[in-house]
Design a protein around this ligand. Structure first.
Ligand code: ADP
Ligand code: MG
Length: 256
Protein backbone atom coordinates (compact mmCIF):
# COMPACT_ATOMS: atom_id res chain seq x y z
CA UNK A 1 0.00 0.00 0.00
CA UNK A 2 1.46 3.40 -0.96
CA UNK A 3 1.72 6.35 1.43
CA UNK A 4 -1.25 8.09 -0.16
CA UNK A 5 -3.53 5.08 0.29
CA UNK A 6 -2.99 4.91 4.03
CA UNK A 7 -6.04 5.69 6.13
CA UNK A 8 -5.84 8.76 8.38
CA UNK A 9 -4.01 8.15 11.67
CA UNK A 10 -7.33 8.39 13.50
CA UNK A 11 -10.88 9.44 12.78
CA UNK A 12 -14.20 10.02 14.46
CA UNK A 13 -17.35 9.23 12.50
CA UNK A 14 -20.60 10.70 13.78
CA UNK A 15 -19.43 10.36 17.36
CA UNK A 16 -21.89 10.99 20.14
CA UNK A 17 -20.98 10.99 23.82
CA UNK A 18 -23.49 11.46 26.61
CA UNK A 19 -22.72 11.77 30.30
CA UNK A 20 -25.29 11.17 33.04
CA UNK A 21 -28.98 10.30 32.72
CA UNK A 22 -32.36 12.03 32.87
CA UNK A 23 -32.30 15.71 33.75
CA UNK A 24 -28.58 15.47 34.58
CA UNK A 25 -27.80 14.32 31.03
CA UNK A 26 -25.08 16.20 29.16
CA UNK A 27 -24.45 15.66 25.46
CA UNK A 28 -20.67 16.19 25.41
CA UNK A 29 -20.19 15.24 21.74
CA UNK A 30 -22.96 15.48 19.16
CA UNK A 31 -22.34 13.91 15.73
CA UNK A 32 -18.64 14.76 15.52
CA UNK A 33 -16.85 13.68 12.35
CA UNK A 34 -13.14 14.42 12.14
CA UNK A 35 -10.12 13.00 10.36
CA UNK A 36 -6.70 13.20 11.97
CA UNK A 37 -4.29 13.06 9.04
CA UNK A 38 -0.74 11.76 9.25
CA UNK A 39 1.91 14.43 9.09
CA UNK A 40 -0.38 17.21 10.29
CA UNK A 41 -0.62 19.18 13.49
CA UNK A 42 -4.28 19.77 14.36
CA UNK A 43 -5.58 22.16 17.03
CA UNK A 44 -8.92 21.70 18.79
CA UNK A 45 -10.31 24.92 20.21
CA UNK A 46 -13.58 25.99 21.82
CA UNK A 47 -15.03 27.34 25.04
CA UNK A 48 -14.72 25.52 28.35
CA UNK A 49 -17.16 22.61 28.41
CA UNK A 50 -17.47 22.42 24.61
CA UNK A 51 -16.23 18.80 24.54
CA UNK A 52 -12.55 19.17 23.66
CA UNK A 53 -11.21 16.80 26.33
CA UNK A 54 -14.03 14.34 25.70
CA UNK A 55 -13.17 14.27 21.99
CA UNK A 56 -9.49 13.60 22.75
CA UNK A 57 -10.37 10.84 25.22
CA UNK A 58 -12.76 9.18 22.76
CA UNK A 59 -10.25 9.37 19.87
CA UNK A 60 -7.52 7.92 22.09
CA UNK A 61 -9.69 5.03 23.27
CA UNK A 62 -9.58 6.28 26.86
CA UNK A 63 -13.36 6.63 26.85
CA UNK A 64 -16.13 4.78 24.99
CA UNK A 65 -18.62 6.44 22.65
CA UNK A 66 -22.44 6.24 22.76
CA UNK A 67 -22.90 6.58 19.00
CA UNK A 68 -20.81 6.60 15.85
CA UNK A 69 -17.34 5.10 15.67
CA UNK A 70 -13.68 5.87 16.29
CA UNK A 71 -10.92 4.39 14.15
CA UNK A 72 -7.17 4.36 14.72
CA UNK A 73 -5.78 3.62 11.28
CA UNK A 74 -8.33 1.13 9.94
CA UNK A 75 -9.08 -0.42 13.33
CA UNK A 76 -12.49 0.35 14.83
CA UNK A 77 -11.97 0.80 18.57
CA UNK A 78 -15.54 -0.25 19.38
CA UNK A 79 -14.88 -3.81 18.22
CA UNK A 80 -11.79 -4.41 20.34
CA UNK A 81 -11.49 -6.44 23.52
CA UNK A 82 -10.07 -4.63 26.55
CA UNK A 83 -6.73 -6.36 26.02
CA UNK A 84 -6.56 -5.43 22.34
CA UNK A 85 -7.56 -1.84 23.11
CA UNK A 86 -4.88 -1.56 25.80
CA UNK A 87 -2.29 -2.91 23.40
CA UNK A 88 -3.37 -0.56 20.59
CA UNK A 89 -3.23 2.44 22.94
CA UNK A 90 0.20 1.39 24.14
CA UNK A 91 1.71 0.84 20.68
CA UNK A 92 0.02 3.45 18.51
CA UNK A 93 -1.17 6.34 20.68
CA UNK A 94 0.63 8.92 22.81
CA UNK A 95 -1.22 11.17 25.24
CA UNK A 96 -0.16 14.33 27.04
CA UNK A 97 -2.61 15.16 29.82
CA UNK A 98 -3.50 18.53 31.27
CA UNK A 99 -2.07 17.29 34.57
CA UNK A 100 1.28 15.73 33.84
CA UNK A 101 0.56 12.20 35.17
CA UNK A 102 4.20 11.35 35.88
CA UNK A 103 5.16 8.64 38.35
CA UNK A 104 6.61 10.43 41.40
CA UNK A 105 9.12 7.74 42.34
CA UNK A 106 10.74 7.54 38.91
CA UNK A 107 13.35 9.90 37.46
CA UNK A 108 12.63 12.01 34.39
CA UNK A 109 14.46 9.54 32.14
CA UNK A 110 12.63 6.57 33.69
CA UNK A 111 9.30 8.34 33.20
CA UNK A 112 10.11 9.05 29.55
CA UNK A 113 11.02 5.45 28.76
CA UNK A 114 8.46 3.72 31.02
CA UNK A 115 5.78 3.03 28.36
CA UNK A 116 8.38 1.47 26.06
CA UNK A 117 9.81 -0.68 28.84
CA UNK A 118 6.32 -1.83 29.81
CA UNK A 119 5.82 -2.80 26.17
CA UNK A 120 9.11 -4.72 26.19
CA UNK A 121 10.61 -2.32 23.65
CA UNK A 122 13.91 -0.52 23.82
CA UNK A 123 14.04 3.19 22.95
CA UNK A 124 15.87 4.09 19.75
CA UNK A 125 18.90 5.82 21.36
CA UNK A 126 19.24 8.45 18.63
CA UNK A 127 15.56 9.43 18.75
CA UNK A 128 15.59 9.41 22.57
CA UNK A 129 18.60 11.73 22.52
CA UNK A 130 16.92 14.05 20.00
CA UNK A 131 13.81 14.21 22.15
CA UNK A 132 15.77 14.92 25.32
CA UNK A 133 17.62 17.79 23.66
CA UNK A 134 14.56 19.25 21.99
CA UNK A 135 12.58 19.38 25.21
CA UNK A 136 15.70 20.65 26.99
CA UNK A 137 15.89 17.97 29.68
CA UNK A 138 19.48 16.76 29.26
CA UNK A 139 20.57 18.09 32.70
CA UNK A 140 17.38 17.00 34.49
CA UNK A 141 17.27 13.30 33.59
CA UNK A 142 18.04 12.09 37.14
CA UNK A 143 15.50 14.39 38.79
CA UNK A 144 12.18 13.16 40.12
CA UNK A 145 8.98 15.05 39.20
CA UNK A 146 8.84 16.83 42.60
CA UNK A 147 12.29 18.28 41.84
CA UNK A 148 11.11 19.70 38.50
CA UNK A 149 9.08 22.80 37.71
CA UNK A 150 5.63 22.40 36.17
CA UNK A 151 7.05 23.30 32.78
CA UNK A 152 9.82 20.73 33.07
CA UNK A 153 7.32 18.07 34.16
CA UNK A 154 5.14 18.77 31.13
CA UNK A 155 8.18 18.51 28.88
CA UNK A 156 8.91 15.07 30.40
CA UNK A 157 5.31 14.12 29.59
CA UNK A 158 5.71 15.31 25.96
CA UNK A 159 8.92 13.32 25.60
CA UNK A 160 7.19 10.25 27.04
CA UNK A 161 4.30 10.57 24.57
CA UNK A 162 6.62 10.80 21.56
CA UNK A 163 9.47 8.44 22.39
CA UNK A 164 7.75 5.36 20.98
CA UNK A 165 6.96 7.15 17.69
CA UNK A 166 3.22 6.49 17.99
CA UNK A 167 0.92 7.00 14.98
CA UNK A 168 -0.89 9.78 16.76
CA UNK A 169 -0.28 11.96 19.81
CA UNK A 170 -3.12 13.68 21.66
CA UNK A 171 -2.14 16.62 23.85
CA UNK A 172 -4.72 18.32 26.08
CA UNK A 173 -3.49 21.88 26.68
CA UNK A 174 0.17 20.82 26.79
CA UNK A 175 1.43 24.39 27.02
CA UNK A 176 -1.19 25.58 29.51
CA UNK A 177 1.28 25.54 32.40
CA UNK A 178 4.39 26.63 30.53
CA UNK A 179 5.97 30.05 30.22
CA UNK A 180 5.94 31.32 26.65
CA UNK A 181 9.53 30.30 25.91
CA UNK A 182 9.29 26.66 27.02
CA UNK A 183 5.80 26.61 25.51
CA UNK A 184 7.31 27.56 22.16
CA UNK A 185 9.94 24.82 22.54
CA UNK A 186 7.24 22.21 23.07
CA UNK A 187 5.16 23.57 20.17
CA UNK A 188 8.15 23.54 17.84
CA UNK A 189 8.85 19.97 18.92
CA UNK A 190 5.26 18.87 18.24
CA UNK A 191 5.23 20.66 14.88
CA UNK A 192 8.51 19.06 13.83
CA UNK A 193 7.20 15.63 14.85
CA UNK A 194 4.18 16.26 12.61
CA UNK A 195 6.47 17.26 9.75
CA UNK A 196 8.23 13.93 10.34
CA UNK A 197 4.94 12.19 9.59
CA UNK A 198 3.38 11.91 13.03
CA UNK A 199 -0.22 12.98 13.53
CA UNK A 200 -0.58 15.39 16.44
CA UNK A 201 -3.81 16.74 17.92
CA UNK A 202 -3.62 19.47 20.54
CA UNK A 203 -6.29 21.21 22.59
CA UNK A 204 -5.43 24.83 23.25
CA UNK A 205 -7.09 28.09 24.29
CA UNK A 206 -4.20 30.15 22.97
CA UNK A 207 -4.32 31.64 19.44
CA UNK A 208 -0.51 31.92 19.49
CA UNK A 209 -0.21 28.18 20.18
CA UNK A 210 -2.83 27.41 17.51
CA UNK A 211 -0.75 29.38 15.00
CA UNK A 212 1.89 26.61 15.19
CA UNK A 213 -0.61 24.08 13.84
CA UNK A 214 -1.76 23.21 10.31
CA UNK A 215 -5.51 23.01 10.95
CA UNK A 216 -7.82 24.34 13.65
CA UNK A 217 -11.13 22.69 14.49
CA UNK A 218 -13.56 24.76 16.57
CA UNK A 219 -15.98 22.99 18.93
CA UNK A 220 -19.05 24.50 20.53
CA UNK A 221 -21.60 22.57 22.60
CA UNK A 222 -20.16 19.27 21.43
CA UNK A 223 -20.32 20.06 17.71
CA UNK A 224 -17.70 21.09 15.18
CA UNK A 225 -18.76 24.59 14.20
CA UNK A 226 -15.82 25.78 12.11
CA UNK A 227 -12.40 24.90 10.73
CA UNK A 228 -9.42 26.98 9.75
CA UNK A 229 -6.43 25.79 7.68
CA UNK A 230 -2.95 27.31 7.88
CA UNK A 231 -4.04 29.46 10.84
CA UNK A 232 -2.42 32.69 11.94
CA UNK A 233 -2.90 33.94 15.51
CA UNK A 234 -4.90 36.91 14.20
CA UNK A 235 -7.21 34.73 12.12
CA UNK A 236 -7.83 32.42 15.10
CA UNK A 237 -8.53 35.39 17.35
CA UNK A 238 -11.02 36.80 14.84
CA UNK A 239 -12.90 33.48 14.72
CA UNK A 240 -12.96 33.27 18.51
CA UNK A 241 -14.36 36.82 18.72
CA UNK A 242 -17.10 36.00 16.22
CA UNK A 243 -18.16 32.96 18.30
CA UNK A 244 -18.21 35.15 21.41
CA UNK A 245 -20.49 37.63 19.65
CA UNK A 246 -22.86 34.87 18.49
CA UNK A 247 -23.00 33.29 21.96
CA UNK A 248 -23.25 36.44 24.04
CA UNK A 249 -26.46 38.11 22.93
CA UNK A 250 -27.32 39.19 26.45
CA UNK A 251 -23.94 40.67 27.21
CA UNK A 252 -23.76 44.45 26.86
CA UNK A 253 -21.44 45.46 24.04
CA UNK A 254 -19.73 47.94 26.35
CA UNK A 255 -18.41 45.01 28.43
CA UNK A 256 -16.07 43.98 25.58
P1 ADP B 1 -13.72 20.90 27.53
O1 ADP B 1 -12.51 20.02 27.55
O2 ADP B 1 -13.98 21.52 26.19
O3 ADP B 1 -13.68 21.95 28.61
P2 ADP B 1 -15.14 18.51 28.37
O4 ADP B 1 -14.93 17.56 27.24
O5 ADP B 1 -14.30 18.32 29.57
O6 ADP B 1 -15.02 20.01 27.81
O7 ADP B 1 -16.65 18.45 28.81
C1 ADP B 1 -17.74 18.53 27.90
C2 ADP B 1 -19.05 18.45 28.67
O8 ADP B 1 -19.19 17.17 29.26
C3 ADP B 1 -19.14 19.44 29.81
O9 ADP B 1 -20.48 19.87 29.94
C4 ADP B 1 -18.73 18.62 31.01
O10 ADP B 1 -19.28 19.13 32.20
C5 ADP B 1 -19.27 17.26 30.66
N1 ADP B 1 -18.46 16.17 31.24
C6 ADP B 1 -17.18 15.88 30.94
N2 ADP B 1 -16.74 14.79 31.62
C7 ADP B 1 -17.80 14.38 32.36
C8 ADP B 1 -18.02 13.30 33.29
N3 ADP B 1 -17.04 12.42 33.56
N4 ADP B 1 -19.23 13.20 33.85
C9 ADP B 1 -20.21 14.07 33.58
N5 ADP B 1 -20.09 15.10 32.71
C10 ADP B 1 -18.91 15.27 32.12
MG1 MG C 1 -10.76 20.12 28.72
Amino acid sequence: MSETEQPPAARAEGVRKVYGTGSAQVVALDDVTLEVPRGRFTAVMGPSGSGKSTLMHCLAGLDTVDGGAVYVGDVALGGLSDTALTRLRRDRIGFVFQSFNLLPTLTALENITLPLRVAGRRPDPEWLSTIIDTVGLRDRLDHRPAQLSGGQQQRVACARALVGRPDVVFADEPTGNLDSRSGAEVLRFLRDAARDGQAIVMVTHDPLAAAWTDDVVFLSDGRIVDRLAEPTADAVLERMKSFDRQGADLEPVAAR
